[in-house]
Ligand binder design. Sequence first.
Ligand code: CUA
Length: 317
Amino acid sequence: MEYLTNFFLPSAESTYATQVDALFHFINIVSLILLVGITFAIVYFSIKYRRKSQEDTTPVITHNTTLEVTWTVIPLILILIVFGWGFKDFVEMRTPPGDAYEVHVTAYSFGWDFEYPNGVVSANTLYVPEQTPIRLLMRARENDVLHSFFVPQFRLKQDLIPNRVTTAWFEAKRTGEFVYFCTEYCGAGHSIMNGLVKVLSQEDFDAWLEEEAGRDLDALPLAELGRITFTSAGCAGCHSLDGSSRVGPTFQGLYMAERQFTDGTSRIADEEYLLESIIYPQRQINVGYPNNMPTFYGDTLSERELAGLVEFIKELQ
Ligand code: CUA
């Protein structure tokens, strides 16, 4: 059975994952038995009772109550089992234990913010303690589109919708790193809207949370603040640091490089250009890239974070 589970599905890593799999396998196995049985019967009877000659006068049977009741009642029982079993598991998967640890999840085009009870925010990586029920309170950013949080190994999937809170919960059985995906097609950056759920021991999780909470961002040098902002503001979702092209241009070697724009003009990427591109991304569109970068101004980034990003990009030669 272990072999069968791993053959069809990723390993089951949340407390309810094995239950989900059990029902999935039950439905598959019942369907397989019915498929083989019915196919066999059709072929067998077609051959056995075929009209053997023009003179064949075997009477045609049009009705058999016993048979009809049997093939109605058996599927009915199977369907009721699937319904009852599925309903029981569904209720369990929708009902978090009362003492669940709450994390707020915000999805946007194209990234994720995870906010913990003490105000710490992690971008694109969800940190959780093992063997603890985690309740996710999820929404998509206002004026954004639908996204969906999917962790295959947890058998967890839930849509995130602007202006509405959806919830989900899970309890990871062991420490480790588990990939999550956005599983609602949401635009050009959909395919990069994935990341890791890092399941830590309670000790490691507490230490991580404390370290994050204690970090004094105002005391950091600008470039260092920019490095953190690069992740926390979600820039990492679309811009690489290693020269590879993602949804947007790479930041490596960007400073002082000549940029070509879709309106035919070009410009050297100096400090002024970098700042302007973050605040007014729609003004000049780089050739070969979509015009879909959100505006980072107003409440989104502080003046110091903006300056930090520019300094950070300058260092990436
Ligand atoms: Cu977000 Cu697909």
